[in-house]
Design a protein. Structure first.
Length: 251
């Protein structure tokens, strides 16, 4: 009888132990599930547990454990890295913009002075290139003298007639028969062509005379032949090239 009672007690204790163990496993599973559900938003790292003492002395086995880092921490780190890169890029861009500006300002200040000096030198060194067929240029004093003679000789003539008078003067300056300078051509007495030369101080040239001279100097006229050397109110030779106004132009 006692053996039966003792056997029943042992069996009962064994059943109670199994039930308790089963309940403990279910509690552990219930507690582990929420921890795993939160891992999707962060990251998982595995690390070994450790103690200050060696494993041989303590007999404790190393176990892998999960260290969970949240996505919030990763976002903060990425934001900090991005902000740092943007700041560096802005500083570099600003430095690149400021440096050329300073160099350009210095170049702008230096360039005009050098260019102006070069222009002055070239202007002084290179004389004006004549554009007329005689390759003649006149100084301001020579232009003034010629304007007085043209006014005295042909003030009442049309512009083309005044231009023809200027061409006669230039033909003589380039001829081997007459002097080379304007003053010598106008003041020559043998033969006498410009007899008005002695009255030059009383002449009052207008813009019409200056314009007529300039047109010939600019090469915009070609009225006479290169060997036409005379003009007068009547033909001075038997070779009359053209009559303009009251003048006959002869060669």
């Amino acid at each position: 009888m006692r053996k039966r009672i003792l056997g029943a007690a042992v069996l009962f204790s064994f059943i109670v132990s199994l039930t308790a163990a089963s309940n403990m496993k279910e509690d552990v599973k219930i507690k582990e599930v929420p921890a795993m559900e939160g891992l999707a938003a962060g990251s998982i790292r595995f690390a070994h547990s450790f103690t200050p003492e060696s494993d041989e002395k303590t007999g404790i086995e190393k176990k892998e454990s999960m260290i969970v880092t949240s996505a919030y921490d990763d976002d903060l780190m990425q934001e900090k890295i991005r902000t740092t890169k943007e700041t560096q890029m802005e500083e570099t861009a600003q430095a690149v913009q400021e440096t050329p500006a300073e160099q350009n300002a210095q170049t702008v200040q230096e360039a005009p002075a050098e260019q102006d000096a070069q222009i002055v030198q070239e202007t002084q060194a290179a004389p004006a290139t004549p554009e007329n067929r005689w390759h003649i240029t006149l100084s301001p004093d020579e232009t003034e003298l010629l304007a007085r003679i043209v006014w005295l000789e042909s003030q009442g003539e049309p512009v083309k007639g005044q231009q023809a008078v200027v061409e006669v003067v230039f033909n003589r300056m380039r001829s081997d028969v007459y002097p080379d300078t304007l003053y010598e051509v106008l003041s020559q007495k043998n033969p006498v062509q410009f007899c008005s030369f002695k009255n030059r101080d009383r002449a009052k040239p207008t813009q019409k005379e200056y314009d007529s001279i300039q047109q010939v100097l600019d090469g915009k006229t070609r009225i006479l032949r290169d060997d036409t050397m005379y003009f007068s109110t009547f033909p001075l030779t038997e070779h009359v090239e053209v009559k303009i106004g009251g003048h006959y132009f002869c060669y």
